[in-house]
Design a protein around this ligand. Structure first.
Ligand code: T5A
Ligand code: NA
Length: 204
């Protein structure tokens, strides 16, 4: 039985991750691929609700507590992710451990400490980084409603993301029409699904 691919989409707030994953799912399903979506934070769990309330500014929590909650929120999906991949389903994930490091390290916390809690999570087969300047993103609808959505902090997060980007990441500019971004995402996603199905990539 061939496994599915774990594909992560990262980027600053309002870079279009949710929009792009929705479009990609639609196209891939139309073409017969077995694909599903997960998002982090997953606000539906009790841990996710704590995070959501913090992001909306309704709860005050120590930054380190929040960091650990974000990580716990991924760990509570670990088993489900593994089972779905093994069953052959490809998962498109809206943010993952990279966001965890990028946002907390941008507040000045120790890099290794930030990495620690997520160690052992399943490694993605592909990370797509949707890049755009914080100036562009600021104009997108809904911007500014949650805690980290201000240019000063987003610029710092952007610099921290740059430290996480490796040659294996695919950087796609999201400062262009939605359909154009989708058009650039589909071929590499198809390639990685193929590689996983023919066993070229072991589960990380
Ligand atoms: N966080 C997250 C941490 O601190 N640690 C962690 O471990 C994790 C996982 C919430 C916050 O939590 C932080 C990061 C975040 O600050 P979230 O729920 O993913 O994380 O919040 P956002 O990133 O803000 O997610 P959004 O859903 O709000 O933004 P998206 O998904 O990037 O953007 P999207 O697709 O909703 O688009 C936003 C708007 O822009 C338009 C869309 O139509 C929409 O109106 N748009 C475009 N407009 C023009 N051109 C394009 N190409 C466009 N693409 C989208
Ligand atoms: Na946000």
């Amino acid at each position: 039985m061939s496994r599915g691919a774990l594909i992560v989409v990262e980027g600053l707030d309002k870079s279009g991750k949710t929009t792009q994953i929705k479009n990609c799912l639609q196209i891939l399903r139309r073409d017969g691929f077995d694909v599903c979506q997960l998002s982090f934070p997953d606000r539906t769990t009790s841990i996710g609700q704590l995070i959501s309330s913090f992001l909306r500014g309704e709860t005050v929590l120590d930054d380190r507590v929040v960091h650990l909650l974000f990580s716990a929120n991924r760990w509570e999906k670990w088993k489900e992710i593994k089972e779905r991949l093994m069953a052959g389903t490809t998962i498109l994930v809206d943010r993952y451990a990279y966001s965890g490091v990028a946002y907390t390290a941008s507040k000045g916390y120790d890099w290794d400490w930030c990495l620690g809690p997520d160690k052992g999570l399943i490694a993605p087969d592909l990370v797509i980084y949707l890049s755009a300047s914080s100036k562009v993103l600021e104009t997108r609808s809904g911007y500014g409603q949650e805690r980290y959505e201000n240019q000063l902090f987003q610029n710092r997060v952007s610099e921290t993301f740059e430290k996480l980007v490796t040659h294996k990441w695919l950087r796609i500019s999201s400062d262009r029409p939605i359909e154009e971004v989708t058009h650039h995402m589909i071929p590499p996603i198809r390639n990685i699904i193929d590689s996983c199905q023919n066993g070229a990539l072991p589960l990380g």
